[in-house]
Design a protein around this ligand. Structure first.
Ligand SMILES: [Zn+2]
Ligand SMILES: [Zn+2]
Length: 293
């Protein structure tokens, strides 16, 4: 196992300049939130500057887009504003780093048609589909105490949705596959999920079948669960099933979360048998992103 130190928000020994002080472990961070998301206040130029300081070659800005009209990510930032923001960043930083127009879309089956129509008529360089417990979800923090004592199978509805997201074929990447763990923790502990591979299996198979990339979302290492999304067992199983496409995202909502714990993500990927980061689209266009050893 990796002996890279786990760094969490609130660690007293963790330097605030860690993102810049850290070594370059992976060549891009494709999951980043800015003030164009309702839950982040990071100015747009922060991540390009950090990435250049680290020596990264590519980043993707992936602010939230929701289709449930009750969610704040629904109307906050129209597509044209996202395009303008990326064009401005490219004018400033484009000679030193590639900046992709990305998006993180909350996937929910009732909105499949609307999401499909949106993606058919709006261009993004990179799309992440993620399942987020919504306003009515039993997995919201405010309700999850009711699940105390239950097994991980109590979250089966969440995994049904990740399966549908993977099967939809709409996205380049499935984001933080077992994010529900964050919400139900500690009432349902991570060990319960590690003991329930059957929850993961259908979604992992659907990812392989549709050529959708699995995101190693490093945010779990800095959160209370201390385990990335998805759990390492699922990353290894995806590889066993023939999964080829993996990417790394820190899901930063603050500057010092940028690329945080990417040394651990790299170790996990190498241990799981991956040699390259890729999406199907990048691989098809001949791009190679070997994972540094
Ligand atoms: Zn998310
Ligand atoms: Zn995110």
């Amino acid at each position: 196992m990796s002996d890279a130190p786990v760094r969490r928000i609130g660690d007293r020994d963790r330097k605030p300049e860690l993102a810049i002080a850290g070594k370059l472990a992976l060549e891009f961070d494709v999951h980043l939130h800015t003030l164009l998301s309702p839950d982040s206040e990071v100015p747009l130029d922060v991540y390009p500057a950090l990435a250049i300081a680290l020596g990264m070659k590519r980043i993707a800005i992936t602010d939230h887009l929701d289709f449930d009209p009750r969610e704040p990510g629904t109307t906050l930032t129209p597509h044209y504003r996202r395009v303008e923001a990326i064009e401005e960043l490219r004018r400033t930083f484009g000679d030193r780093i590639e900046i992709l127009l990305g998006v993180e879309i909350s996937y929910d089956r009732p909105y499949d048609k609307e999401i499909r129509a949106h993606l058919a008529s709006h261009h993004y360089d990179l799309t992440i589909g993620s399942v987020h417990p919504g306003i009515d979800s039993p997995f919201l923090r405010s309700r999850s105490a009711a699940l105390a004592g239950r097994g991980a199978d109590a979250t089966a509805d969440y995994f049904e949705e990740t399966l549908a997201a993977a099967q939809s074929g709409l996205f380049d990447i499935l984001g933080h596959m077992d994010y529900v763990r964050k919400y139900v923790y500690p009432h349902i502990p991570t060990a319960a999920f590690e003991a329930a591979p059957e929850l993961y299996e259908p979604t992992l198979k659907a990812l392989v079948e549709t050529g959708t990339a699995l995101e190693i979302n490093s945010s779990g290492w800095r959160q209370r669960t201390g385990v990335p999304y998805p759990i390492p067992q699922a990353v290894r199983r995806y590889r066993e099933l023939g999964g080829e496409y993996v990417v790394s995202g820190s899901d930063a909502h603050q500057p010092d979360w940028f690329a945080l714990n990417f040394d651990r993500a790299r170790d996990l990927l190498l241990e799981s048998g991956f040699e390259e980061l890729a999406t199907k689209k990048w691989r098809s266009s001949g791009e190679r992103w070997p994972i540094p050893r």
